[in-house]
Design a binder for this molecule. Structure first.
Ligand SMILES: CC(C)(COP(=O)(O)OP(=O)(O)OC[C@H]1O[C@@H](n2cnc3c(N)ncnc32)[C@H](O)[C@@H]1OP(=O)(O)O)[C@@H](O)C(=O)NCCC(=O)NCCS
Length: 153
């Protein structure tokens, strides 16, 4: 999936775990408030090669690179939940995030809704997802403070 101007979106496999670790931990350190407390375990007890490999087996994970530098990531679980969306600050507002949503959506069977959870108060995230066609389906924060959004298909 090569795009124009050096943007490349590709799926990572378990052997790519160290590359995923780098971009995922960069996301958690760059934007800690955007991710639920459970996600931060990837900086501590889950930061083990076997756990990263399991994650890449369980979640179809994509990374976006711009001129060879990883600038974003997103994945989709078997339950059709969009997970771990992040774009590096320097690459925001360039369409990278939408390309990642497109890649993830292609992994979801036709007619199947795509779900996500976004931290209440992440207004930039909610506006981005709304532009991508997601609607708030549960505006009440869950136990981790997340709202649920769904994109009907
Ligand atoms: C949510 C996210 C993936 C959206 O990606 P994006 O590239 O910023 O998306 P957009 O291009 O649609 O721009 C989003 C906003 O940033 C603004 N923006 C434009 N250029 C920008 C830049 N260079 N830097 C920062 N923001 C910029 C856009 O105008 C837009 O603002 P608006 O909603 O007030 O109109 C990204 O902001 C991000 O990674 N945020 C931190 C992690 C996060 O929240 N993840 C979601 C977890 S559920």
């Amino acid at each position: 999936m090569t795009g124009s101007r050096g943007l490349h979106v590709e799926r990572l496999l378990p052997d790519d775990w160290a590359r995923f670790r780098q971009v995922r931990q960069q996301a958690l350190r760059s934007d800690p408030d955007a991710f639920a407390a459970s996600a931060h375990r990837w900086l501590s007890d889950l930061d083990v090669e076997a756990r990263w490999r399991e994650r890449l087996e369980a979640v179809a994970t994509y990374v976006a690179s711009l001129d060879g530098t990883d600038v974003g990531t997103a994945g989709v679980s078997g339950e059709h939940e969009l997970l771990g969306m992040w774009v590096a600050p320097a690459a925001r507002g360039t369409g990278v995030a939408a390309r990642l949503v497109d890649a993830v959506a292609r992994d979801v069977p036709a007619g199947t809704p795509l779900h996500l959870r976004v931290m209440a108060g992440n207004d930039v995230g909610v506006r981005f997802y709304t532009r991508c066609g997601f609607v708030l389906t549960d505006p009440e924060p869950d136990a981790e403070g997340c709202l649920t959004m769904t994109r009907p298909r």
